[in-house]
Design a protein around this ligand. Structure first.
Ligand code: DQA
Length: 168
């Protein structure tokens, strides 16, 4: 089993005991495995341009998402490095039920990430916190949109919740 599958199975088994014991209505076979992947500079959410991206850290928002979707195995990965985003897509992209990808500025530049999305089988939703179409023209083009299942753009952090809902 490759690293991606192992990681997802590890996350999955952490949840099994809890749900069998306390919430049997969430049968394990119904639990969706959803991977969130954030690209460059999104580690600075909360501090970075709060007028555009808000003042909340992603880690705090992630806790809220986990509470809100107890029947979802939600994994999170962030990197500022393009190749690491490609590697992560390869790792989880044959196991996850859905991938939510905010590739940050690589959205507008990366043929490598677009090719990685084309190469995997898990459906990918492209998300953006800001409405990129209200911003500079270089943000109006995405290399990723045409290879993603859908795009959710401009709802602040709520874009991620909407993306999860779309997989359920
Ligand atoms: C972003 C929009 C991108 O243009 C920008 O480079 C980001 C964040 C968003 O979530 O609004 O880093 O993806």
């Amino acid at each position: 089993m490759d690293r991606g599958a192992e990681q997802i199975n590890h996350e999955y088994s952490k949840y099994q005991f809890f749900f069998r014991t306390f919430a049997p209505k969430y049968s394990i076979k119904n639990m969706k495995r959803i991977q969130i992947i954030n690209g460059p500079n999104l580690n600075l959410l909360g501090k970075r341009e709060p007028s555009v991206y808000g003042s909340r850290s992603f880690e705090s928002y992630l806790e809220e998402l986990k509470t809100r979707f107890p029947g979802v195995v939600l994994s999170y990965f962030q990197s500022n490095v393009e190749g690491e985003l490609v590697n992560k897509l390869h790792e989880v992209g044959f196991e996850a039920d859905g991938i939510i990808l905010n590739a940050g500025a690589y959205t507008h530049t990366s043929i490598a990430i677009a090719d990685a999305i084309r190469s995997i089988t898990s459906p990918v939703i492209e998300v953006h916190i800001s409405n990129v179409y209200q911003r500079e023209s270089f943000r109006h083009h995405s290399y990723l949109s045409q290879v993603c299942k859908g795009c959710i753009i401009g709802f602040g952090l709520d874009s991620y919740r909407l993306a999860i809902e779309s997989f359920l």
